[in-house]
Write a protein that binds this ligand. Structure first.
Ligand code: FE2
Length: 194
C-alpha cells in the first residue's frame, strides 16, 4: 500500500508558545514526511507493499522497521498533543493515581524516562497486562513490539525540541508534561484497550 502522511490534528501554530510552528514545519513537514517517503521507497514492488503499517512493524527489522515505526510513532505523538490539555479526570486520574501513587509521581516518572533516554527515543505511558507503566524506548522502538498498548508518547529526539529549546531537553519535558498532554486522547486509548 502507499503510505501517506496523516493530516496534522491541529494547526501548525496551535501549540505556541510551547512548540513553535517552525518546529512543527520541520518535525511534521520534513521528518515525519521523510519517514513516510522512505517507507514507500523501501516497500515499493516488495511483498511488504501489501501489508499494513502494523504488520510491517511487527515483522520487519532494520531500515524497514525503523521507518515504519517512526511513521507510526509520529502519527501517535501528534494526537497526544493539546495546548493546555490540563490534567486527567475521572477514571484516567484514578487509574494513574493508583498505578503511580499520585499524578505528580506519574509526571516525575514520565519526565524522568524522557530525560534518561540516552540519545534519541521516546517516553511512553503504556498498558501491559492491564497495568499502567511508564517506559522508554531507543530510536524507533515502540510498545507494540513488546506486547504493550501505547496510551501516550513524548518524542525526545532532538528534532522534537531543538529549535525551541536548543539542548534543554529537561525544559521541553517540563513544558510537555505541564502544558501539552492531550488527556482526552489518553482516555480514548485506555477505553479502547479494555
Ligand atoms: Fe520526531
Amino acid at each position: 500500500m502507499v503510505f501517506e502522511l496523516p493530516p496534522l490534528p491541529f494547526e501548525k501554530n496551535a501549540l505556541e508558545p510551547y512548540i513553535s510552528a517552525e518546529t512543527i514545519e520541520y518535525h511534521y513537514g520534513k521528518h515525519h514526511q521523510t519517514y513516510v517517503t522512505t517507507l514507500n521507497k523501501l516497500t515499493e514492488g516488495k511483498p511488504e507493499e501489501k501489508k499494513t503499517l502494523a504488520e510491517i512493524i511487527m515483522s520487519a527489522e532494520g531500515p524497514l522497521f525503523n521507518n515504519a515505526a517512526q511513521v507510526w510513532n509520529h502519527s501517535f505523538y501528534w494526537k497526544g498533543l493539546k495546548k493546555d490539555g490540563g490534567q486527567p479526570t475521572g477514571t484516567v486520574m484514578e487509574a494513574i493515581s493508583r498505578a503511580f501513587g499520585s499524578y505528580e509521581k506519574f509526571v516525575e516518572e514520565f519526565g524522568n524516562a524522557g530525560l534518561t533516554q540516552f540519545g534519541s527515543g521516546w517516553a511512553w505511558l503504556v498498558l501491559e497486562g492491564g497495568a499502567l507503566k511508564v517506559i522508554k524506548t531507543p530510536n524507533a522502538d515502540l510498545p507494540m513490539k513488546h506486547g504493550q498498548t501505547a496510551l501516550l508518547t513524548m518524542d525526545v529526539w532532538e528534532h522534537a525540541y531543538y529549535i525551541d529549546y536548543r539542548n534543554a531537553r529537561a525544559k521541553y519535558i517540563e513544558t510537555f508534561t505541564q502544558h501539552l498532554i492531550n488527556w482526552d486522547f489518553v482516555a480514548k486509548n485506555m477505553a479502547g484497550a479494555k
